[in-house]
Ligand binder design. Structure first.
Ligand SMILES: Nc1ncnc2c1ncn2[C@@H]1O[C@H](COP(=O)(O)OP(=O)(O)OP(=O)(O)O)[C@@H](O)[C@H]1O
Length: 462
């Protein structure tokens, strides 16, 4: 690290100018506070090491200046008096830690290692955050239709509150995107947004996944682990597919929502947490309550505020904007003025019934960007179920009017297309119930999720 050392003790100045480079750091040594501030004005340091009692400006004033000039610079104070009071006030001023003189070199080394670790973690966190933002894009909900405008209005009303929100809608309608928008528009935006799919977790692990566990609390619990509620502390926890949560967990979730406290598996004490809960489901929760599969008290607790996402077939006017938006994920360099879809291609897209909603559209768009070398995308670039030429009677074929998905195959389909067709048809037959669709398809629920998410993750890796 690049370190600034400021102390009026000559022997220490000499020691540090020798020892800090030996520990692998680059050091600038200053004999007093004023010189230190002058150095801070010229250069940026990773860490400053300052004596509290110096002639001219004292250590706290130097820290204040360092934080003003470069908030990310860490500060360690050296205090000669072993005065906890002055050390505490230094911590209040944003110092990382303090050392009491005379300190041992090994203590200093440990502390500097901690500073370096913190800086590396911050850097990694930034890199991951930037990458995630690039991959996920902003929580940009595309859609100008009346129903999507209403969704946008509801989001901006409820986002700043702490209310639990239930997002309802068919698979692929953008429920997770809405959950992220709620988080992004709330005061929690700088804190974590954690999404968990209640349907994709094995039943015996959900509790520990959500609440964490203590080492040895069950076979396989080799370490103490914090759960997703704790990871999301201060932020938002998105419980996707809440309808799939086993009943035993429903009771526990209800208790957490009512008390604001969680207890790790195997722990006796509970702890307070501050997490905003957003849930989503494609299931008819009222029906599940009537059939005894979902607790009525939990339903009332989570549906304080509901946002309904309309299926894509009911807002076909959003398709051109959405298709273009999704396309630009694959073609980020295409100029904004360029027409991306021909009129015929848009007509073909609009006549489809979209049982897989926006996720299916993303899939189709991806397919088209592979086939099409240069925009605009024509019907020929769409998967075969859209028909290969406009006006041949195959596109749409009354599907939308009949309220049924159009999965008409013209010519041979690729394996992936066939697979997706089978998945969407199964989902349709089971009214979006993924566990039932997975069972019918003979695949695990996890595999079904993976297949459905393939389009999204392909977008992300593009
Ligand atoms: N209005 C929208 N604007 C832009 N992209 C959207 C929109 N709606 C959905 N998407 C995209 O469609 C894909 C599926 O969306 P998302 O995962 O939010 O759906 P979901 O309703 O949560 O699905 P599931 O119920 O299967 O979990 C994502 O890639 C998402 O970015």
């Amino acid at each position: 690290m690049k370190i600034l050392f400021a102390d009026d003790e000559k022997s220490l100045q000499k020691l540090m100018s020798l020892e800090l480079p030996r520990l692998g750091h680059e050091v600038t040594v200053c004999p007093d506070g004023l010189t230190a501030v002058a150095a801070l004005e010229r250069n940026t340091y990773d860490c400053i090491l300052v004596d509290l009692d110096m002639p001219g400006l004292n250590g706290i004033q130097v820290i204040g200046k360092a934080k003003e000039l470069s908030p990310e610079t860490e500060a360690i104070v050296l205090t000669g008096k072993s005065s906890t009071e002055s050390a505490i006030s230094a911590l209040r001023f944003g110092a990382f830690d303090y050392l009491t003189k005379p300190c041992r070199l090994v203590e200093l080394q440990t502390l500097l290692d901690r500073v370096a670790d913190k800086r590396e973690l911050t850097r990694k966190y930034r890199a991951v955050k930037t990458r995630l933002e690039k991959l996920e894009g902003k929580s940009n909900l595309i859609g100008d239709s009346t129903s999507m405008q209403q969704v946008g209005r509801l989001i901006s009303k409820v986002a700043p509150t702490n209310s639990t929100v239930l997002i309802r809608g068919e698979t692929g309608t953008g429920k997770e995107l809405v959950a992220r928008a709620l988080h992004d528009q709330s005061h929690r935006v700088e804190m974590p947004f954690v999404a968990v799919n209640c349907g994709a977790l094995p039943e015996n692990l959900i509790e520990s996944e959500l609440f964490g566990h203590r080492k040895g609390s069950f076979t396989g619990a080799e370490d103490t682990r914090i759960g997703l509620f704790e990871v999301a502390n201060g932020g938002t926890l998105f419980l996707d597919e809440i309808g799939e949560l086993p009943k035993s967990l429903q009771a526990k979730l209800l208790r957490v929502l009512e008390t604001g406290e969680i207890r790790r598996v195997g722990d006796n004490d509970s702890m307070k947490i501050d997490v905003r809960i957003v849930c989503a489901t494609h299931r008819d929760v009222e029906q599940m309550v009537a059939e005894g599969d979902f607790r009525e008290d939990l339903m009332f607790r989570i549906n304080t505020f509901e946002i309904h996402l309309p299926p894509l077939r009911e807002r076909t006017e959003d398709i051109p904007l959405l298709a273009e938006h999704l396309c630009r994920r694959f073609w980020p360099n295409v100029p904004m003025t360029q027409t991306i879809f021909s009129t015929d291609a848009i007509r073909a897209l609009k006549s489809h019934d979209w049982p897989g909603n926006v996720r299916e559209l993303a899939n189709v768009v991806e397919h088209a960007t592979i086939l099409c070398e240069e925009p605009p995308i024509e019907p020929d670039h769409l998967p075969r179920r859209f028909g290969r030429s406009s006006g041949d009677g195959a596109i749409g074929a009354g599907g939308a009017a009949a309220g049924k998905p159009v999965l008409k195959a013209i010519g041979p389909l690729s394996l992936r297309e066939l697979e997706m067709q089978a998945i969407y048809q199964a989902l349709e037959r089971h009214e979006g119930n993924k566990p039932q669709a997975a069972e019918e398809l003979g695949v695990s629920l996890k595999t079904l999720y993976n297949k459905l998410n393939q389009a999204s993750s392909m977008d992300k890796s593009a």
